[in-house]
Design a protein around this ligand. Sequence first.
Ligand code: NAD
Ligand code: LMR
Length: 336
Amino acid sequence: MTKVTVLGAAGGIGQPLSLLLKMSPFVSTLALYDLRLAPGVARDLSHINTNSKCKGFDKENLPAALEGAHVVVIPAGVPRKPGMTRDDLFKINAGIVANLVAATAKHAPNARILIISNPVNSTVPVACETLKRSGSFQPGKVMGVTTLDVVRAQTFLSDALGGDSYSRESMKRHVTVVGGHSGSTIVPLITDSKLRAKLVNRRLYDAYVHRVQFGGDEVVEAKQGAGSATLSMALAGFHFTNQVLRSIHLEPLDVAPLPAFVYLPGIEGGRELQAKLQTQAEYFAAPVQLSRGDVARVESQWLENITDAEKKSLATCLGELDTNIQKGRRFVQSKL
Ligand code: NAD
Ligand code: LMR
């Protein structure tokens, strides 16, 4: 029996993500919480003929939404408008994430917390610092969701190579993304050297990397002020959440590990990765091995095969990432 709670469930991401979760055989109870509309969204989903029970919770009922949750997914917060950076969302979303994570620590202290709200590079440190303050920080249970970057990196690689001969499905084996979740902190790694060479030879590599790093802007601009990626994010968020759920139910996992943005010093392999990257940055997105729904190990062997161009992108990423991380940490520490 697994309870999943979605905080921000009536939003652009929350609704389709909740729909996908309603279809998952690993979910027995789906709790939807939002400041508005969650009971309506939940009633709608509750008519679907899958076995999970779905219930909505309004503003006053956050404790009940969280009680007994095994996994808490947080897409609550404001999205970007054209001309804004993700960092521009920090002022509002940091407070939202801090409050929701503090409530999770109180009412579902053992839940895995999956953070979607932007800016992820800062909201994950906000979440971890909040949990440290409440004395209930378990590093393996907090994951920043960066799966949309992986989904984009695969789609755009197929597009760049010519989709007919290089299907999007087949790209799943050949590219991953590490670093963070904004602009140049997003570092795509093409693991198949032949595919990488094809892009480089056709002078498409730089444009490809740029498109992965700024793919979010494409959607923000196309939506003309009505928000950012919601449907592709719901799919990506579902992939990640379902991998966590699969790891709770079907250990050991038989699928390639997805990256997540995690607190390195608290996770096996994390200090080794920091040392190899020669960085003080305490948070980083890299492929993670899950065990019983928690991050058991962060991988670093991907570093062995990266190119000089990818090393350069990593160096740029690390410079920017630490500034984002410190901003999140300071936000919580300044409230002491
Ligand atoms: P949205 O405005 O459509 O929905 C957000 C929902 O959060 C709303 O329903 C709102 O009522 C709710 N909310 C706000 N404050 C809340 C609180 N204190 N408690 C509970 N619910 C609250 O926005 P969206 O398009 O769904 O995006 C949500 C967030 O996800 C944004 O910050 C966006 O930047 C981020 N995002 C992240 C990724 C990623 O890859 N990690 C991708 C896309 C979007
Ligand atoms: C994305 O990558 O689509 C999200 O982070 C939303 C955004 O603001 O771009």
